[in-house]
Design a protein around this ligand. Structure first.
Ligand code: ATP
Ligand code: MG
Length: 293
């Protein structure tokens, strides 16, 4: 196992049956004392490695990597995506943020809008929220489910279990088509969220990040935690693992995420495409022509 992988493996869940959210401490830093400059150095190294791997992924043009980010508000999704992906070539990377579905999207099955956003071969796709909202916010607020235009006979007590099954089948389908999937739950504590909300209210440059809706969702904290735990238990698989990442210490969160992304890319056996004899002859001809100019 590479050094990079070692940092993230303790947070990896690929068999959900034994998973309990309470076993992950949001304040955990694996005993690392991360002062700002040390953390920045470590992350910079990780980002370089990640950029090299992404370059090969792009050149090989066969596989894709889908990174799914889920979290409560202020857990640090945006900042983590920004920092971890800071070194990668923007041409090889696609980010999509999923908000409440539009009228057009509600006229389709729940995975329809996801299909259009899947990463092309050779790319890294990032979902800032995702189809998992369908078993998170929709489960916590069942009025959203009622507005989903489903035939009433299909809306039963089994609907969450059915959605977990559909999501897992979808993820297996993607993995069988060369798309690796890695899912992150940035696990922030209730107390740390409060602190970050207060900061958003106090600092004018952070005001725009605060919305009243966030404070409303905070009231449903326990329901969300239950929904997250159930979703992770039901959908953590070897082909689409979850990483439950401690999120109270941002530098640590970013290191763990970078390490998990590197681990996923290293598992793909990436290499630059080999140049065959015909191509070599072509390159030689081009060289001679240029030299003769
Ligand atoms: P930030 O607050 O950091 O800008 P965000 O991801 O919270 O990022 P918002 O625009 O605040 O973005 O929120 C998007 C909202 O859309 C979330 O409350 C989320 O639960 C909701 N949402 C996403 N997907 C669905 C869905 N399928 N059905 C209903 N609501 C959804
Ligand atoms: Mg928000």
């Amino acid at each position: 196992m590479s050094k990079a992988a070692k940092l993230s493996r303790p947070y990896r869940v690929e068999n959900g049956r034994k998973f309990r959210l309470k076993d992950v401490d949001p304040g955990d830093t694996a005993g690392m004392k991360l002062d700002k400059s040390k953390a920045a150095d470590a992350l910079e190294k990780g980002v370089k490695l990640l950029a090299d791997l992404q370059d090969k992924l792009y050149a090989q043009d066969k596989r894709a990597l889908l990174l799914v980010f889920q979290a409560m508000d202020a857990a640090g999704k945006d900042g983590t995506i920004k920092h971890v992906m800071s070194g990668v070539n923007p041409q090889g990377c696609q980010v999509f943020s999923f908000k409440a579905p539009s009228a057009e999207e509600l006229d389709h099955d729940f995975l329809w809008r996801t299909m259009k956003c899947l990463p092309e071969r050779g790319r890294i796709g990032i979902f800032n929220r995702s189809y998992y909202e369908e078993v998170l916010v929709v489960r916590v607020h069942q009025e959203i489910l009622r507005a989903q235009k489903l035939p009433p006979s299909l809306v039963t007590k089994k609907i969450w279990k059915e959605r977990y099954e559909d999501i897992s089948s979808f993820e297996r389908y993607l993995s069988r088509n060369g798309v690796a999937i890695v899912k992150f739950f940035l696990h922030v504590s209730h107390a740390e969220q409060r602190k970050r909300f207060l900061e958003r209210l106090e600092r004018p440059e952070k005001n725009w990040k605060f919305s009243l809706a966030d404070a409303q969702e905070r009231k449903r904290w326990d329901d969300y935690m239950e929904a997250y735990e159930d979703a992770i238990r039901a959908t953590a698989t070897p082909y689409a693992p979850w990483y439950v990442v401690p999120a109270d210490e941002k530098p640590f969160t970013r290191l763990v995420v970078a390490s998990a992304v590197i681990d996923a890319l290293e598992g793909m056996d990436l290499a630059y495409p080999k140049v065959d004899e015909a191509k070599k002859a072509e390159l030689e001809k081009a060289r001679q022509a240029l030299e003769a100019e």
